[in-house]
Design a protein around this ligand. Structure first.
Ligand code: ATP
Ligand code: PRP
Length: 212
């Protein structure tokens, strides 16, 4: 049997996605991340355990039929995939943050700004729309450190509870947009495996609709 393959981010969205699949009635077994295995199998599905940013790569290239990725990741990588469903998990905001004392400078119509971020494309687009030149320092994590040590006055990052900003004395200065996790589908799979894919989409949609 040709199993439908999911690419799931190994972090905070993994268990929530499995929970949705189970509650939607399309997955009956328990799938957990308590091993170092990167391919997990259930009777009907295969799950690839990948970094959040890598999900679109596996789905766009047809290695996975279905994936789960936040708007932050999707805006950054702009994959050529279908995005039929908002899973209503992974809520966060993509924001500009910095030290409170740098807020006035940010709003003083500066010609250029220094920004550290894991999201260089989102950052470039946001500031280009505002007509502000931006020097981007691309980082891979702990972005909140940058303003504290003088790498860049500002950061573009996601904020969920605000704890990381607060504990580092930073504040939200501007909001770019909210982000939630989307189900993404490979374009070929959408056509060639339409029966199975539609059944999954239909079940998840019905479950989420009932959740509202
Ligand atoms: N507080 C949060 N921190 C990180 N991601 C969040 C948060 N809240 C919601 N999300 C969403 O969950 C997605 C996956 O988060 P996860 O923690 O797995 O990834 P990550 O920390 O960005 O990636 P990685 O650990 O692979 O570097 C994010 O891309 C984002 O859409
Ligand atoms: O508002 P909060 O609830 O504090 O969450 C936001 C933090 O979570 C994410 O980092 P993550 O945990 O993915 O670690 P990273 O900095 O290594 O990417 C994000 O980049 C922020 O740092």
């Amino acid at each position: 049997m040709d199993k439908i393959t999911f690419a799931l981010p190994k972090g905070r969205l993994f268990d929530q996605t499995i929970d949705i699949l189970k509650k939607s009635g399309i997955l009956s077994e328990d799938i957990n991340q308590n091993t170092r295995k990167l391919i997990l199998e259930s009777k009907e599905y295969r799950f690839l355990v990948v970094r959040a940013k890598d999900v679109p790569v596996y789905v766009e290239n047809g290695i996975a039929d279905i994936g789960v990725a936040g708007d932050d990741v999707l805006l950054e990588s702009q994959p050529d995939v279908y995005k039929p469903l908002d899973l209503k998990i992974g809520y966060c905001n993509i924001v500009v943050a910095g030290k409170p004392e740098d807020r006035d400078f940010y709003f003083s119509n500066p010609v250029s700004l220094d920004v550290a971020t894991k999201y260089p494309k989102i950052t470039a687009q946001f500031f280009s729309d505002k007509g502000i030149n931006v020097r981007i320092f691309e980082l891979y994590g702990s972005v909140e450190l940058a303003p504290l040590v003088g790498l860049a006055k500002f950061i573009v990052d996601i904020v969920e509870t605000g704890t990381t900003l607060r504990e580092n004395g930073l504040v939200v200065i501007d909001t770019i947009r909210p982000s939630t996790a989307k189900l993404i589908i490979n374009r070929g799979s959408y056509k060639l495996k339409s029966d199975k894919i539609f059944k999954i989409l239909d079940s998840v949609e019905k479950f989420l609709g009932g959740e509202l």
